[in-house]
Design a protein around this ligand. Structure first.
Ligand SMILES: *Cc1c(COP(=O)(O)O)cnc(C)c1O
Ligand SMILES: [Zn+2]
Length: 445
């Protein structure tokens, strides 16, 4: 990951503090103007398509921001990290602030799991109610910087909803390809924000390929995950926020103050394409390169056993996963051929974590403690991260003294049907006090 080998003339063609891009497959380096999406070495081959990694000028970034200066920035959105983003200017970000989501301590859940310290990073509290806002903000910023007429994406739902919201904020035309089976709340978000929506009679993987073809044919800017190299870069802001928030929390406990950032021991991330976990890994790696932290958290990637291409590859020691036929109820992590497999497998391998596959039953069951003891209403994919922690705790992968963070990636309001399948219906009463008494009998209220 050393960016220092790039020639200085490359830096001249950079954008912001980006010096260039490097293929994770063949190692070839490109200037920012020389390539848009994936490396020529093997474009468009499912999970092994020559994904590019973005290289920054860290020495220059250190001149403009550091933890102490960040602590004084009143803007809690991802704009505070703009020198670490692949954009030319802070003002290129759409005027709908993304990030700054709370890191919530969950002592009752921690006690239940026999753990000392557990936090939930609630990214359901982004403007379009998922972590995808962090990536889509970058997509719209880049489309606007380049004056592109249309930005497009294929999505299981949330990336599209995020693109729709960020596009609405910026007045950017956009086209969205979703599988016809996406939950209605997500499709409603697209339509209400005014996107042009194409519901594909097929899987997410088919929608992905169709979107890529359309972008090439019509000259649209392509936001597709694992294809557009800049999406990871936006998603990694969640790591920067956790670093700052944990440091602040420790300072309140009488720790070393805000001069540096802090790192959890273990971090649980739900995984579909693998872009989020790749981004989280890069985010924490960047904090170390910048000298703001001293170690990496162990990253645990959580998948449904009904969509476990990466967990399977991890167990089998493969570099490129075998596609599966995903059927999980957790639609946001339902992926046949993960598009960011290289970054996703590397994240877990290099950090000393693991992939964990959990059943759909365990995922849905996790919705309830997360809400009832943690006060976070998650969509099934977000609950999967917590289900993974429950499994990891049972396998004694977590030390009793460790600090753990679970990322909730999406709001429960995205998929109300899944939540209701776990709760049952409310008690029906006639509008009379006697009926209330009757209904509550034996409930200890
Ligand atoms: C997209 C998404 C994920 C999975 O992210 P990948 O980058 O595809 O691994 C998990 N949870 C939610 C809510 C999502 O929208
Ligand atoms: Zn390559």
């Amino acid at each position: 990951m050393s960016g220092d080998k790039l020639q200085p003339q490359r830096a001249k063609s950079g954008v912001g503090f980006v010096m260039g891009l490097r293929c994770l497959r063949c190692g070839r380096e490109y200037g920012v103007d020389e390539i848009e999406y994936v490396c020529d070495c093997r474009p468009n081959q499912g999970s092994d398509m020559g994904t590019l990694d973005v290289i920054y000028d860290y020495a220059a970034i250190r001149q403009v921001i550091d933890p102490a200066r960040l602590a004084l920035d009143p803007d809690s959105s991802i704009g505070r990290y703009w020198p670490l983003l692949p954009i030319a200017r802070r003002t290129s970000l759409p005027p709908l602030p993304v990030g700054g989501t709370p890191l919530l301590e969950a002592p009752r859940l921690a006690a239940e799991l026999g753990m000392r310290r557990l936090f939930i990073k609630d990214d359901g509290r982004n403007p379009s109610a998922s972590l995808k806002d962090r990536a889509s903000a970058i997509a719209v910023a880049k489309a606007q910087e380049q004056g592109r007429s249309v930005v497009a994406t294929a999505s299981t739902g949330n990336a599209a909803a995020a693109l729709a919201g960020q596009s609405a904020a910026a007045g950017q035309a956009n086209v969205i390809f979703v599988p016809r089976t996406a939950p209605p709340a997500k499709i409603a978000q697209l339509l209400v924000y005014g996107s042009t929506v194409l519901a594909v009679d097929g899987s997410y993987d088919q929608a992905f390929d169709l979107c890529t073809q359309a972008c090439l044919a019509f000259g649209w800017y392509n936001r597709n995950t694992g294809y557009n190299p800049y999406m990871t870069e936006g998603k990694r802001t969640v790591a920067f926020e956790i670093g700052e928030q944990l440091a602040r929390w420790l300072a309140h406990q009488g720790g070393p103050g805000q001069a540096r950032m802090a790192v959890p021991d273990a971090l649980f991330v739900p995984v579909g394409d693998g872009c989020i976990i790749g981004g989280v890994h890069k985010g924490f790696s960047d904090l170390m390169r910048l000298g703001w932290t001293e170690r990496m958290p162990r990253l645990y990637g959580v998948q449904s056993d009904q969509s476990a291409a990466l967990a399977n590859a991890w167990r089998a020691g493969l570099e490129v996963p075998e596609p599966v036929q995903a059927t999980t109820r957790a639609d946001s992590i339902s992926v046949d051929a993960p598009r960011d497999a290289v970054k996703a497998l590397r994240a877990v391998r290099e950090s000393g974590g693991a992939y964990i596959a959990v059943s759909d039953e365990a995922i849905l069951a996790a919705l309830l403690p997360l809400a009832r003891q943690g006060a976070v209403f998650a969509e099934p994919a977000g609950a999967a991260a917590y289900a993974g922690l429950v499994a990891a705790a049972a396998q004694e992968l977590i030390g009793a003294d460790e600090t753990v963070v679970v990322i909730n990636t999406g709001s429960g309001l995205k998929d109300v049907a899944a939540a209701m399948s776990m709760t049952g219906e409310p008690l029906m009463v006639r509008p009379e006090l006697g009926a209330v008494r009757e209904a509550l009998a034996g409930r200890g209220l």
